[in-house]
Design a protein. Sequence first.
Length: 134
Amino acid sequence: MQMGSSSLPPGFRFHPTDEELIGYYLSRKVERLEIELEVIPVIELYKFDPWELPDKSFLPNRDLEWFFFCPKDKKYPNGFRTNRATKAGYWKATGKDRKITCKSSRVIIGYRKTLVFYEGRAPLGDGTNWFMHE
């Protein structure tokens, strides 16, 4: 389903919490349940360089923040490592993963990983100001 910003309700803003992203959007996507307003497109994220991503979003990008669902691409056929290489570089994890807990039950429902985009090939890439949360 394609959704353009012209079909969004007037004044619509999308600022979900990490708990809402996992507890509502991701869980409904995984369970193949309807999401009331489809505002998060599914793309093969690592096939694009970061500067190409704004055009892939369904939402206006005035906040310089975009949301995507992405199928996991494995680096090796029988492995668990994620392939995060793009045409111009790669996404590298940085810092410690942050726990995401359900406020009402205090149960950990996921983790947020921060990644920084490096231009070039690992391990000699040059860091950029592009970052994402996975």
